[in-house]
Design a protein around this ligand. Structure first.
Ligand code: NAP
Length: 955
């Protein structure tokens, strides 16, 4: 077979060389640019990024401005023609000409890969392809679906495409459907319900397809969606009267071999009806980058040769199952296609039993050669407007120009450079002294979802447990018992909580001071080991811990899991950080002088925590104090004592000596205030509201008689965080990120986005899409993973946010509002426009699902508005203009600035977190400076000169 494959490869290779794609014709206007791009990585990056943002540029001025910003840079080597264009583009009139020319070039480029801009243009393209003896499958390009209105529109477009294809007649009609386009609430965390919903949505399309015997492929997108798409495929197969269906396997996924077995098992029940397209996979970079960012195993083969080998193996298996499957081999690589032909020959398959699939505009030579041999060829035909089609276009360009691309190697054989793929692939996700972030749960796995569900049931059966303070050697019940309740069902008691009071405060502080010397003398490695053991305990109990967060703090599944991961990260990170700070420090020491430094614990600390990250922040503040040598007294928020108690459980399991970590649930006014004012306290770590934080700061500044130290206050407070959306922003990305940043955990994160500043003409389209996205949000009990928004923490928070809704209506315009259930502390998510910078909606922290949109003339005004608050916590920018990115980086001074991504979800060790101005003191949690706040530096200088004798000088 190998020699037959080689023969066929040579045959196909010759046929390929007879048709050089326009992309690789250096004499053509597009080919010339690509040729240059292939030779210079700086130019290639600039070109593709520019092409990506070009459709969003409205005027010639904007085009020429972006041209200069992308290409007029030292690292970009320009071809002469473009240099001239760039020079021309600086003049007003000539800019117009250059912009028109550029657009026309890029449209020409796009037309090579996009067959039709509208369904109405499709018939022409189809007829042309049919004339060449190939059939087609139609693909709809489109923006990311962020609202139900968009999902409905996409479904209608699919139906229109089918109708047009039917009108053309001839050939074998086929549509390739992307399920992500059909559901704005699609999330693998709720896979089962999503599958049911998608099956229902697809029903009319499937019925129409069945009537005309069309083949419907479910396209494969990213790895996260793969299981869901296969589940949907299985469900659809079982519908009586379903049309012919196809699914897709990606050879670069390690799991595809097993997936093929699953598909074969399904197909055996419906012989001859299942088409399977085998591709290599188009999202390699994204899959690798996302897996590394999340600390998950990389799902794809990291070596191109492994993917090729997997492809060959899967081809052999697929063709071997031709009795029950309709295999479709999708590759432009002559060797891969030749292998398939050789296998088919050896199995004596007829050409009707399988087919080849090629992308529109990417394999005309191959297409001709295969048709000439009598093989079946189907072309994948993208249809869509250029604007949303750009993402597709750039992906195709990247694919074609990658070093590993077969086409590139065929038509541009003399190029070689180190593969950026393998270079980038070795980057580590984090790396402070071996510290690794705790990977979040991968909810795309059914086993993870069912374990999580079971943990929720377990915790449900434990609701109502008693929580007591921990003082000195153990639990101390009191006679003041209060329930902690579930915000989604306020009559459901999560825990019965014994409230600490002044006696417990005094006893705890006295005990903490007693154990302080011994704890301070405990070697750092031992202290760190307690933290690591506590981390291990939380890791082992992460599912039940997350379930407690769902019931008591009303976090959604992902948010609850992230809170637990962050708590584990703090434990591991501070353990590693303290080991680093503990290394002997020797300062400059001239002969006769020995200068050394060390850190001591400051003394007894208290940690006063908020309810919104009831495990993570509580853990971070208290264990930073602990590992630095300070006994700590922990006061959880009144709303979340049961979650706070998890920390006690973790440290008990870790064997921490009694008295080193004590736990005082109780009210801020009683327990919190008494702790702050206590003369036996040295450090106060507080996270919470500005009002309480400033009060604590003032109270701690008092030095009552007998107190022989100045207290240190570490104070993390609120924010009024803005995301600037520039004129040229990618709205698909911006809307999805704003939706998550503003409404994730109901907007109750200090980092949440509560202002959007829209620059220029982006305002209307942005507001329109945001409004629809908000109206589509699923609101309800977070126990159900399909809900994106849960209740607020309590009735006071609900009443406060409702007051702001009224204020917003008097200051601006309520542009959109979502829904809400009747029971529980819910507020329907809301979007306000026409808000001015001085309005209360633009100035005050609301801490709920309320988003205000402001309008700025240009990027300078946007930055000025962004900075015009009392706070400086987080901020964000969506822009594709390198100059604007640089400007905002420089001007927008907040603790955490995020560019072209959401502004919440800081990760320990990667994005140290915390703000300044009235947002906080400034040393960021989860960063290298944080522990210093719990330490006293001490310097020792010894004179080593005795009677003229300097020992060091003898060495
Ligand atoms: P909060 O009302 O200020 O409460 C925070 C903690 O302080 C709670 O444990 C509270 O106890 C206690 N407390 C209240 N009054 C006190 C007093 N007089 N003396 C001592 N302690 C007192 O804040 P929250 O509502 O829990 O949390 C939301 C706020 O935290 C928002 O403003 C948010 O922006 C901010 N936050 C900031 C960050 C950050 O890193 N910058 C992170 C998370 C949250 P009770 O629960 O009994 O009232």
């Amino acid at each position: 077979m190998t020699s037959r494959t080689e023969e066929l490869t040579a045959e196909l290779g010759d046929a390929l060389l007879q048709v050089r794609p326009a992309l690789f014709d250096p004499d053509g206007r597009v080919g010339g640019l690509i040729d240059w791009a292939l030779r210079d990585i700086g130019f290639r990056t600039a070109l593709f990024r520019f092409v990506d943002c070009l459709p969003s540029l409205d005027s010639a001025d904007e085009v020429s401005d972006h041209l200069r910003a992308y290409f007029d840079r030292d690292e970009v080597v320009l071809p002469a023609s473009l240099r001239t264009a760039l020079r021309l583009a600086t003049g007003r009139w000539t800019a117009q000409v250059a912009a028109v020319a550029l657009r026309s070039n890029v449209r020409a480029l796009a037309r090579q890969f996009i067959a039709a801009e509208t369904p109405a243009q499709l018939p022409r393209a189809l007829r042309r392809l049919h004339r060449h003896g190939v059939s087609t499958t139609i693909d709809l390009l489109g923006e990311r679906t962020v609202s139900e209105a968009e999902a409905v529109a996409h479904l209608a477009e699919y139906r229109a495409l089918l109708e047009h294809a039917v009108a053309v007649g001839g050939g074998d009609i086929s549509l390739s459907v992307k399920v992500s386009a059909l559901d704005s609430q699609l999330d693998v965390v709720d896979a089962q319900r999503c599958v049911a919903r998608l099956a229902e949505r697809l029903r009319p399309l499937l019925e129409e397809a069945a009537q005309v015997d069309a083949l419907i492929y479910l396209d494969m997108e990213d790895h996260q969606l793969k299981e869901l798409v296969l589940d949907l495929f299985q469900v659809l197969m079982e519908i009586p009267g379903a049309p012919r269906l196809g699914c897709v396997l990606q050879a670069y996924l390690r799991e595809s071999d097993a997936d093929l077995s699953r598909v074969v098992a399904i197909a055996r029940r419906y012989p001859g009806r299942v088409s399977v397209r085998l591709v290599k996979g188009a999202y390699w970079d994204t899959e690798v980058a996302l897996a590394r960012q999340r600390g998950w195993p990389v799902p794809v083969f990291e070596d191109k040769a492994e993917t090729d080998a997997a492809f060959a193996h899967l081809v052999t298996r697929l063709l071997g199952e031709a009795a029950v499957l309709k295999p479709a081999i999708a590759s432009h690589n002559a060797a891969s296609v030749a292998h398939a032909l050789a296998v088919a020959e050896s199995l004596a398959l007829t050409p009707e039993q399988y087919e080849f699939q090629l992308l529109y505009g990417m394999g005309e030579g191959m297409q001709k050669a295969l048709v000439a041999r009598g093989n079946r060829v189907r072309v994948y035909v993208p249809v869509g407007a250029l604007l949303p089609g750009m993402a597709y276009l750039v992906r195709r360009l990247l694919e074609n120009t990658a070093n590993t691309s077969f086409l590139r190697r065929t038509f541009v054989p003399d190029l070689s450079e180190p593969s950026p793929r393998t270079a980038g692939a070795t980057a580590r996700s984090s790396g402070e002294d071996g510290f690794r972030n705790e990977p979040p749960l991968d909810f795309s796995r059914v086993a993870v979802r069912s374990d999580f569900s079971r943990a929720i049931d377990q915790v449900r059966s434990r609701l109502g447990e008693v929580v007591t303070p921990v003082v000195g050697d153990g639990d101390r019940a009191t006679d003041r018992i209060q329930p902690s309740v579930n915000p989604a069902h306020p009559d459901q008691v999560v825990a019965m909580v014994h409230q600490a009071g002044p006696d417990e405060v005094d006893a705890a502080i006295a005990r903490a001071n007693e154990v302080q010397p011994a704890w301070q003398a405990t070697p750092v490695q031992e202290r760190a080991a307690y933290l690591r053991r506590a981390a291990a305990y939380l890791r082992d109990h992460r599912l039940t811990a997350a379930a407690w967060l769902i019931f008591e703090a009303a976090k959604g599944w992902r948010e609850a899991d992230a809170d637990v991961c962050e708590a584990i990260d703090f434990l591991e990170y501070y353990a590693a950080e303290m080991a680093r700070l503990d290394r002997p420090r020797r300062y400059a020491s001239p002969p006769g002088e020995d200068n050394t430094g060390e850190y001591l614990g400051r003394g007894v600390a208290v940690a006063i925590a908020p309810w919104n990250f009831p495990l993570a922040i509580l853990t971070g503040m208290s264990t930073a104090a602990l590992v630095a040598g300070n006994p700590v007294v922990v006061k959880p928020a009144s709303n979340t004592p049961r979650v706070g108690r998890l920390l006690v459980e973790a440290f008990r399991a870790a064997g921490l000596p009694a008295g080193v970590l004590q736990f005082l649930p109780g009210s801020g006014g009683a327990v919190g205030d008494a702790l702050v004012r206590h003369s036996g306290v040295h450090t106060i770590a507080f996270t919470g509201s500005r009002e309480v934080g400033l009060g604590i700061h003032a109270a701690a500044a008092q030095t009552p008689a007998g107190q022989r130290h100045v207290k240190r206050v570490i104070c993390e407070m609120g924010g009024k965080n803005a995301i600037i959306v520039d004129r040229d922003a990618d709205l698909d990305e911006a809307v999805a990120a704003i939706r998550q940043s503003a409404f994730g955990y109901q907007g109750q994160k200090c980092s949440a986005c509560s202002r959007v500043i829209a620059v220029g003409a982006v305002h209307e389209p942005l507001v329109e899409r945001l409004a629809q996205a908000i109206e589509s949000l699923a609101v309800g009990d977070p126990v159900n993973p399909g809900n994106r928004i849960g209740p607020l923490i309590d009735s006071a928070a609900q009443a406060k946010v409702e007051r702001y809704l009224a204020i917003g209506q008097s200051e601006g315009r309520l542009r959109a509002q979502g829904r809400k259930p009747d029971e529980g502390y819910y507020v329907a998510p809301a979007l306000f426009t026409d808000i001015a910078p001085h309005h209360r909606l633009a100035q005050e922290e609301i801490f709920g699902p309320v988003l205000a949109v402001l309008h700025a003339r240009d990027i300078e005004e946007a930055a000025t508005i962004a900075l015009d608050t009392d706070y400086a916590l987080t901020g964000g920018l969506f822009s594709r203009h390198p100059g604007h990115v640089a400007y905002v980086r420089e001007r927008f001074r907040v603790g955490n600035l995020y560019i072209n991504r959401g502004i919440t979800g800081a990760i320990v060790g990667r994005q140290p977190f915390g703000g300044f101005a009235l947002s906080g003191i400034g040393s960021q949690a989860g960063g290298a400076d944080y522990l210093l706040q719990f330490l006293l530096p001490r310097t020792i200088c010894e004179n080593t000169l005795r009677r003229g004798f300097v020992p060091e000088m003898l060495e």
